[in-house]
Design a protein around this ligand. Structure first.
Ligand code: NAP
Ligand code: ZN
Length: 347
Protein backbone atom coordinates (compact mmCIF):
# COMPACT_ATOMS: atom_id res chain seq x y z
CA UNK A 1 0.00 0.00 0.00
CA UNK A 2 1.03 3.60 -0.64
CA UNK A 3 0.04 6.21 1.90
CA UNK A 4 -0.80 9.85 1.41
CA UNK A 5 -2.78 12.54 3.23
CA UNK A 6 -6.09 14.20 2.46
CA UNK A 7 -9.20 15.87 3.82
CA UNK A 8 -12.12 13.76 4.99
CA UNK A 9 -15.67 14.70 5.95
CA UNK A 10 -16.50 12.99 9.24
CA UNK A 11 -19.58 15.06 10.12
CA UNK A 12 -22.33 15.53 7.52
CA UNK A 13 -23.56 18.64 9.36
CA UNK A 14 -20.25 20.44 9.05
CA UNK A 15 -17.99 21.81 6.35
CA UNK A 16 -14.95 21.22 8.56
CA UNK A 17 -12.91 18.39 7.08
CA UNK A 18 -10.32 16.40 9.00
CA UNK A 19 -6.78 15.81 7.81
CA UNK A 20 -6.30 12.06 7.58
CA UNK A 21 -3.86 9.47 6.31
CA UNK A 22 -5.14 7.73 3.17
CA UNK A 23 -4.11 4.43 1.66
CA UNK A 24 -3.70 4.16 -2.08
CA UNK A 25 -3.28 0.83 -3.82
CA UNK A 26 0.05 -0.40 -5.10
CA UNK A 27 0.21 0.28 -8.81
CA UNK A 28 -1.41 -2.25 -11.08
CA UNK A 29 0.23 -2.67 -14.49
CA UNK A 30 -1.97 -0.01 -16.13
CA UNK A 31 -2.03 2.42 -13.19
CA UNK A 32 -0.33 5.75 -12.72
CA UNK A 33 0.24 7.56 -9.43
CA UNK A 34 -0.33 11.30 -9.56
CA UNK A 35 0.85 13.96 -7.17
CA UNK A 36 -2.23 16.15 -6.93
CA UNK A 37 -1.29 19.82 -6.98
CA UNK A 38 -4.73 21.39 -7.37
CA UNK A 39 -8.31 20.27 -6.88
CA UNK A 40 -11.41 22.35 -7.56
CA UNK A 41 -14.22 22.59 -5.01
CA UNK A 42 -17.40 21.59 -6.80
CA UNK A 43 -20.87 22.24 -5.43
CA UNK A 44 -21.41 18.49 -5.79
CA UNK A 45 -18.75 18.03 -3.10
CA UNK A 46 -20.84 20.21 -0.84
CA UNK A 47 -24.08 18.35 -1.66
CA UNK A 48 -22.43 15.02 -1.00
CA UNK A 49 -20.65 16.05 2.20
CA UNK A 50 -24.14 16.92 3.40
CA UNK A 51 -25.52 13.51 2.47
CA UNK A 52 -27.23 14.07 -0.90
CA UNK A 53 -26.41 10.48 -1.88
CA UNK A 54 -26.51 9.09 1.65
CA UNK A 55 -22.75 8.67 1.86
CA UNK A 56 -20.54 9.14 4.92
CA UNK A 57 -16.89 9.78 5.63
CA UNK A 58 -16.09 10.97 2.13
CA UNK A 59 -12.81 12.39 0.97
CA UNK A 60 -14.24 14.59 -1.79
CA UNK A 61 -12.55 16.00 -4.88
CA UNK A 62 -13.02 15.19 -8.55
CA UNK A 63 -11.48 17.98 -10.59
CA UNK A 64 -7.75 17.76 -10.18
CA UNK A 65 -4.46 18.47 -11.86
CA UNK A 66 -1.01 17.23 -10.98
CA UNK A 67 2.09 15.42 -12.10
CA UNK A 68 2.81 11.72 -12.69
CA UNK A 69 5.08 10.35 -9.96
CA UNK A 70 5.05 6.64 -10.81
CA UNK A 71 3.83 4.37 -13.59
CA UNK A 72 2.76 0.72 -13.66
CA UNK A 73 4.73 -1.80 -15.70
CA UNK A 74 2.44 -1.65 -18.74
CA UNK A 75 1.73 2.06 -18.87
CA UNK A 76 2.48 3.52 -22.28
CA UNK A 77 0.66 6.86 -22.34
CA UNK A 78 2.30 8.66 -19.43
CA UNK A 79 5.79 9.14 -18.09
CA UNK A 80 6.97 10.34 -14.70
CA UNK A 81 7.01 14.15 -14.60
CA UNK A 82 4.19 14.67 -17.08
CA UNK A 83 1.24 16.89 -16.25
CA UNK A 84 -2.10 15.13 -15.71
CA UNK A 85 -5.74 16.05 -15.28
CA UNK A 86 -8.28 13.87 -13.44
CA UNK A 87 -12.05 14.20 -13.61
CA UNK A 88 -15.12 12.57 -12.13
CA UNK A 89 -14.70 9.05 -13.49
CA UNK A 90 -11.79 6.69 -12.99
CA UNK A 91 -13.10 3.46 -14.48
CA UNK A 92 -16.04 1.86 -16.29
CA UNK A 93 -16.98 -1.57 -17.64
CA UNK A 94 -15.52 -0.78 -21.06
CA UNK A 95 -17.91 -3.18 -22.78
CA UNK A 96 -21.45 -1.79 -22.68
CA UNK A 97 -23.01 0.28 -25.44
CA UNK A 98 -22.31 3.50 -23.56
CA UNK A 99 -18.64 2.71 -23.02
CA UNK A 100 -18.28 1.62 -26.64
CA UNK A 101 -19.86 4.91 -27.69
CA UNK A 102 -17.29 6.84 -25.66
CA UNK A 103 -19.88 7.80 -23.04
CA UNK A 104 -18.25 6.10 -20.08
CA UNK A 105 -20.08 8.65 -17.92
CA UNK A 106 -23.28 6.72 -18.64
CA UNK A 107 -21.79 3.19 -18.33
CA UNK A 108 -24.67 0.74 -17.87
CA UNK A 109 -22.63 -0.96 -15.17
CA UNK A 110 -22.19 2.39 -13.43
CA UNK A 111 -18.98 4.31 -13.92
CA UNK A 112 -16.52 4.19 -11.04
CA UNK A 113 -16.53 7.67 -9.60
CA UNK A 114 -13.41 9.41 -8.35
CA UNK A 115 -14.78 9.34 -4.82
CA UNK A 116 -17.70 7.56 -3.21
CA UNK A 117 -17.40 4.77 -5.78
CA UNK A 118 -16.25 1.16 -5.56
CA UNK A 119 -13.12 -0.13 -7.22
CA UNK A 120 -14.02 -2.66 -9.91
CA UNK A 121 -11.23 -5.09 -9.00
CA UNK A 122 -10.84 -5.12 -5.23
CA UNK A 123 -14.19 -3.54 -4.22
CA UNK A 124 -12.53 -0.93 -2.01
CA UNK A 125 -14.19 2.49 -1.78
CA UNK A 126 -12.73 5.19 -3.99
CA UNK A 127 -11.20 8.12 -2.13
CA UNK A 128 -11.22 11.56 -3.74
CA UNK A 129 -8.70 14.12 -4.84
CA UNK A 130 -8.74 16.43 -1.83
CA UNK A 131 -5.53 14.54 -1.22
CA UNK A 132 -1.89 14.70 -2.18
CA UNK A 133 -1.75 11.53 -4.27
CA UNK A 134 -4.20 9.68 -6.47
CA UNK A 135 -3.84 6.31 -8.22
CA UNK A 136 -5.88 5.48 -11.31
CA UNK A 137 -5.82 3.61 -14.60
CA UNK A 138 -3.96 5.56 -17.25
CA UNK A 139 -6.95 5.19 -19.55
CA UNK A 140 -8.93 7.54 -17.33
CA UNK A 141 -6.22 10.17 -16.91
CA UNK A 142 -5.75 13.10 -19.31
CA UNK A 143 -2.70 14.96 -20.45
CA UNK A 144 -2.98 18.55 -19.34
CA UNK A 145 -2.20 20.77 -22.33
CA UNK A 146 0.98 22.82 -21.81
CA UNK A 147 -0.72 26.16 -22.22
CA UNK A 148 -3.27 25.63 -19.44
CA UNK A 149 -2.32 26.82 -15.96
CA UNK A 150 -2.83 23.86 -13.63
CA UNK A 151 -4.87 25.58 -10.89
CA UNK A 152 -7.23 27.30 -13.32
CA UNK A 153 -7.51 24.18 -15.47
CA UNK A 154 -8.53 21.86 -12.62
CA UNK A 155 -12.21 22.95 -12.71
CA UNK A 156 -12.39 22.09 -16.40
CA UNK A 157 -12.38 18.44 -15.37
CA UNK A 158 -15.85 18.51 -13.83
CA UNK A 159 -17.41 21.96 -14.18
CA UNK A 160 -15.98 22.38 -17.68
CA UNK A 161 -16.86 19.06 -19.24
CA UNK A 162 -20.25 18.93 -17.51
CA UNK A 163 -21.33 21.98 -19.48
CA UNK A 164 -19.27 21.23 -22.57
CA UNK A 165 -20.98 17.93 -23.29
CA UNK A 166 -24.56 19.29 -23.28
CA UNK A 167 -23.49 22.33 -25.33
CA UNK A 168 -22.01 19.98 -27.93
CA UNK A 169 -24.96 17.57 -27.77
CA UNK A 170 -27.26 20.50 -28.52
CA UNK A 171 -25.12 21.50 -31.50
CA UNK A 172 -24.45 24.96 -30.09
CA UNK A 173 -22.64 27.25 -32.49
CA UNK A 174 -23.06 30.50 -34.40
CA UNK A 175 -26.73 31.45 -34.44
CA UNK A 176 -27.57 29.54 -31.25
CA UNK A 177 -29.33 31.54 -28.56
CA UNK A 178 -28.06 30.08 -25.30
CA UNK A 179 -28.93 31.08 -21.75
CA UNK A 180 -26.98 29.92 -18.72
CA UNK A 181 -28.97 29.84 -15.48
CA UNK A 182 -26.83 30.31 -12.35
CA UNK A 183 -23.46 31.99 -12.70
CA UNK A 184 -21.26 29.80 -10.54
CA UNK A 185 -18.50 27.30 -11.23
CA UNK A 186 -20.34 25.45 -13.98
CA UNK A 187 -22.20 28.53 -15.19
CA UNK A 188 -19.19 30.77 -15.77
CA UNK A 189 -17.45 28.06 -17.79
CA UNK A 190 -20.65 27.48 -19.75
CA UNK A 191 -20.68 31.17 -20.68
CA UNK A 192 -17.04 31.08 -21.79
CA UNK A 193 -17.44 27.86 -23.76
CA UNK A 194 -20.75 28.75 -25.41
CA UNK A 195 -19.41 32.17 -26.41
CA UNK A 196 -16.26 30.57 -27.82
CA UNK A 197 -18.45 28.17 -29.81
CA UNK A 198 -20.02 31.23 -31.42
CA UNK A 199 -23.36 31.34 -29.60
CA UNK A 200 -25.14 34.44 -28.37
CA UNK A 201 -25.13 33.94 -24.60
CA UNK A 202 -27.34 35.40 -21.88
CA UNK A 203 -26.92 34.84 -18.15
CA UNK A 204 -29.98 34.15 -15.99
CA UNK A 205 -29.14 35.18 -12.43
CA UNK A 206 -30.94 36.05 -9.23
CA UNK A 207 -29.79 39.67 -9.20
CA UNK A 208 -27.72 42.17 -11.19
CA UNK A 209 -24.71 41.57 -8.93
CA UNK A 210 -22.89 39.51 -11.56
CA UNK A 211 -23.87 41.56 -14.60
CA UNK A 212 -20.43 43.00 -15.29
CA UNK A 213 -18.84 39.59 -14.86
CA UNK A 214 -21.38 38.08 -17.23
CA UNK A 215 -20.38 40.53 -19.95
CA UNK A 216 -16.68 40.04 -19.28
CA UNK A 217 -17.09 36.27 -19.53
CA UNK A 218 -18.66 36.61 -22.98
CA UNK A 219 -22.40 37.04 -22.42
CA UNK A 220 -24.31 39.74 -24.23
CA UNK A 221 -26.70 40.37 -21.34
CA UNK A 222 -28.18 39.23 -18.04
CA UNK A 223 -31.81 38.57 -17.15
CA UNK A 224 -32.76 38.79 -13.48
CA UNK A 225 -34.87 35.70 -12.84
CA UNK A 226 -36.58 37.19 -9.79
CA UNK A 227 -37.87 40.12 -11.88
CA UNK A 228 -41.12 39.09 -13.58
CA UNK A 229 -40.98 41.95 -16.05
CA UNK A 230 -37.51 40.92 -17.23
CA UNK A 231 -38.52 37.28 -17.49
CA UNK A 232 -41.66 38.26 -19.40
CA UNK A 233 -39.65 40.41 -21.80
CA UNK A 234 -37.39 37.42 -22.51
CA UNK A 235 -40.28 35.09 -23.34
CA UNK A 236 -39.39 32.65 -26.12
CA UNK A 237 -35.93 34.11 -26.54
CA UNK A 238 -33.68 31.06 -26.12
CA UNK A 239 -33.02 27.83 -28.00
CA UNK A 240 -31.20 26.26 -25.07
CA UNK A 241 -31.17 27.03 -21.37
CA UNK A 242 -28.41 25.30 -19.48
CA UNK A 243 -29.64 25.22 -15.89
CA UNK A 244 -26.69 25.02 -13.48
CA UNK A 245 -28.57 26.21 -10.39
CA UNK A 246 -27.43 24.34 -7.29
CA UNK A 247 -30.61 24.67 -5.22
CA UNK A 248 -34.26 23.69 -5.57
CA UNK A 249 -35.96 26.22 -7.82
CA UNK A 250 -38.94 26.88 -10.07
CA UNK A 251 -38.52 25.73 -13.66
CA UNK A 252 -41.52 27.61 -15.01
CA UNK A 253 -39.84 31.02 -15.47
CA UNK A 254 -36.92 29.34 -17.22
CA UNK A 255 -39.10 27.27 -19.52
CA UNK A 256 -41.15 30.33 -20.43
CA UNK A 257 -38.02 31.88 -21.90
CA UNK A 258 -37.57 28.97 -24.34
CA UNK A 259 -38.63 29.41 -27.93
CA UNK A 260 -40.19 26.86 -30.26
CA UNK A 261 -38.42 23.52 -29.90
CA UNK A 262 -36.36 25.06 -27.16
CA UNK A 263 -34.53 22.85 -24.70
CA UNK A 264 -34.10 23.13 -20.97
CA UNK A 265 -31.04 21.18 -20.00
CA UNK A 266 -30.82 20.71 -16.26
CA UNK A 267 -27.36 19.90 -15.00
CA UNK A 268 -27.68 21.30 -11.48
CA UNK A 269 -28.90 19.23 -8.57
CA UNK A 270 -31.44 18.43 -7.42
CA UNK A 271 -33.24 17.39 -10.57
CA UNK A 272 -36.91 18.07 -10.14
CA UNK A 273 -39.89 16.79 -12.02
CA UNK A 274 -43.64 17.00 -11.72
CA UNK A 275 -45.98 19.94 -12.13
CA UNK A 276 -43.12 22.42 -12.13
CA UNK A 277 -42.31 21.26 -15.65
CA UNK A 278 -45.76 21.66 -17.18
CA UNK A 279 -44.62 24.56 -19.41
CA UNK A 280 -42.66 21.96 -21.35
CA UNK A 281 -45.88 20.92 -23.01
CA UNK A 282 -46.25 24.31 -24.65
CA UNK A 283 -44.13 24.65 -27.75
CA UNK A 284 -42.62 21.23 -28.33
CA UNK A 285 -39.91 21.94 -25.82
CA UNK A 286 -37.48 19.40 -24.60
CA UNK A 287 -36.17 18.67 -21.14
CA UNK A 288 -32.82 17.05 -21.12
CA UNK A 289 -30.00 16.49 -18.72
CA UNK A 290 -26.39 15.59 -18.69
CA UNK A 291 -23.93 14.08 -16.29
CA UNK A 292 -20.24 14.92 -16.63
CA UNK A 293 -18.41 13.74 -19.77
CA UNK A 294 -16.93 10.76 -21.53
CA UNK A 295 -13.27 10.31 -22.41
CA UNK A 296 -13.49 11.48 -26.01
CA UNK A 297 -15.48 14.57 -25.15
CA UNK A 298 -13.18 15.38 -22.24
CA UNK A 299 -10.12 15.20 -24.47
CA UNK A 300 -11.91 17.28 -27.12
CA UNK A 301 -12.87 19.86 -24.49
CA UNK A 302 -9.28 20.17 -23.26
CA UNK A 303 -8.05 20.72 -26.82
CA UNK A 304 -10.73 23.34 -27.38
CA UNK A 305 -9.78 25.15 -24.18
CA UNK A 306 -6.11 25.08 -25.13
CA UNK A 307 -6.92 26.48 -28.58
CA UNK A 308 -9.15 29.23 -27.16
CA UNK A 309 -7.13 29.92 -24.02
CA UNK A 310 -10.01 29.01 -21.74
CA UNK A 311 -9.58 28.18 -18.06
CA UNK A 312 -11.67 28.87 -14.96
CA UNK A 313 -11.62 32.07 -12.92
CA UNK A 314 -10.28 30.67 -9.70
CA UNK A 315 -9.46 31.62 -6.14
CA UNK A 316 -6.74 29.30 -4.94
CA UNK A 317 -6.52 28.50 -1.23
CA UNK A 318 -4.21 26.22 0.75
CA UNK A 319 -6.02 22.94 1.28
CA UNK A 320 -6.03 23.56 5.05
CA UNK A 321 -8.61 26.27 4.29
CA UNK A 322 -11.07 23.81 2.74
CA UNK A 323 -13.71 24.66 5.35
CA UNK A 324 -13.59 28.32 4.34
CA UNK A 325 -13.97 27.32 0.70
CA UNK A 326 -16.97 25.10 1.46
CA UNK A 327 -18.63 27.72 3.68
CA UNK A 328 -18.18 30.46 1.10
CA UNK A 329 -19.39 28.15 -1.67
CA UNK A 330 -22.51 27.40 0.38
CA UNK A 331 -23.03 31.17 0.77
CA UNK A 332 -22.61 31.81 -2.95
CA UNK A 333 -19.45 33.79 -2.22
CA UNK A 334 -17.17 32.53 -4.98
CA UNK A 335 -16.08 34.02 -8.30
CA UNK A 336 -16.04 31.49 -9.73
CA UNK A 337 -14.26 28.45 -8.43
CA UNK A 338 -12.24 27.68 -5.39
CA UNK A 339 -9.23 25.53 -6.05
CA UNK A 340 -7.31 23.86 -3.25
CA UNK A 341 -3.52 23.88 -3.38
CA UNK A 342 -2.62 20.50 -1.90
CA UNK A 343 1.10 21.22 -1.46
CA UNK A 344 0.51 22.08 2.21
CA UNK A 345 -0.16 18.38 2.80
CA UNK A 346 3.60 17.78 2.44
CA UNK A 347 4.29 19.48 5.76
P1 NAP B 1 -21.97 27.05 -7.63
O1 NAP B 1 -20.62 27.49 -8.05
O2 NAP B 1 -22.38 27.16 -6.20
O3 NAP B 1 -23.04 27.82 -8.57
C1 NAP B 1 -24.43 27.60 -8.44
C2 NAP B 1 -25.17 28.86 -8.87
O4 NAP B 1 -26.57 28.60 -8.71
C3 NAP B 1 -24.89 30.08 -8.02
O5 NAP B 1 -23.77 30.78 -8.47
C4 NAP B 1 -26.17 30.87 -8.18
O6 NAP B 1 -26.12 31.68 -9.37
C5 NAP B 1 -27.23 29.82 -8.40
N1 NAP B 1 -28.01 29.59 -7.18
C6 NAP B 1 -27.57 29.15 -5.98
N2 NAP B 1 -28.59 29.06 -5.10
C7 NAP B 1 -29.70 29.43 -5.77
C8 NAP B 1 -31.08 29.53 -5.42
N3 NAP B 1 -31.52 29.24 -4.16
N4 NAP B 1 -31.95 29.94 -6.38
C9 NAP B 1 -31.53 30.25 -7.62
N5 NAP B 1 -30.23 30.18 -7.99
C10 NAP B 1 -29.34 29.77 -7.09
O7 NAP B 1 -22.20 25.51 -8.01
P2 NAP B 1 -21.51 24.64 -9.19
O8 NAP B 1 -20.28 23.99 -8.66
O9 NAP B 1 -21.46 25.44 -10.42
O10 NAP B 1 -22.60 23.46 -9.35
C11 NAP B 1 -23.90 23.79 -9.82
C12 NAP B 1 -24.80 22.57 -9.72
O11 NAP B 1 -24.39 21.62 -10.70
C13 NAP B 1 -24.71 21.84 -8.38
O12 NAP B 1 -26.01 21.39 -8.04
C14 NAP B 1 -23.81 20.67 -8.68
O13 NAP B 1 -24.02 19.58 -7.82
C15 NAP B 1 -24.22 20.35 -10.09
N6 NAP B 1 -23.25 19.61 -10.91
C16 NAP B 1 -23.75 18.80 -11.88
C17 NAP B 1 -22.88 18.14 -12.72
C18 NAP B 1 -23.40 17.26 -13.83
O14 NAP B 1 -22.62 16.58 -14.46
N7 NAP B 1 -24.69 17.27 -14.09
C19 NAP B 1 -21.50 18.28 -12.57
C20 NAP B 1 -21.03 19.13 -11.58
C21 NAP B 1 -21.91 19.81 -10.75
P3 NAP B 1 -26.54 33.24 -9.39
O15 NAP B 1 -25.75 33.87 -8.27
O16 NAP B 1 -26.11 33.67 -10.76
O17 NAP B 1 -28.02 33.33 -9.19
ZN1 ZN C 1 -18.16 18.34 -9.82
Amino acid sequence: MRTTTGWQSLDPDSNALTRVTIERRDLRPDDIAVRIDYCGVCHSDLHRIHGLLGERDLVPGHEATGVVVATGAEVTGFAVGERVAIGTIIDSCGECAMCLAGQENYCYDHPTTTYGGTDRIDATPTVGAYSREYVLREKFAFHLPDSLAPAAAAPLMCAGVSVWEPLRAAGVGPGSRVAVAGLGGLGHLAVKLAAALGAEVTVLSRSTAKERDALRLGASGLVVTTDEAQVGAARGRFDLILDTISADHEFTPLISMLGLDGTLCVVGNPLLAGPKLRELGTGRKKLTSSGTGGLRQTAEMLEFCAAHDITADVETLPSSEVETALNRLADGDVRYRFVLDLSDLDT
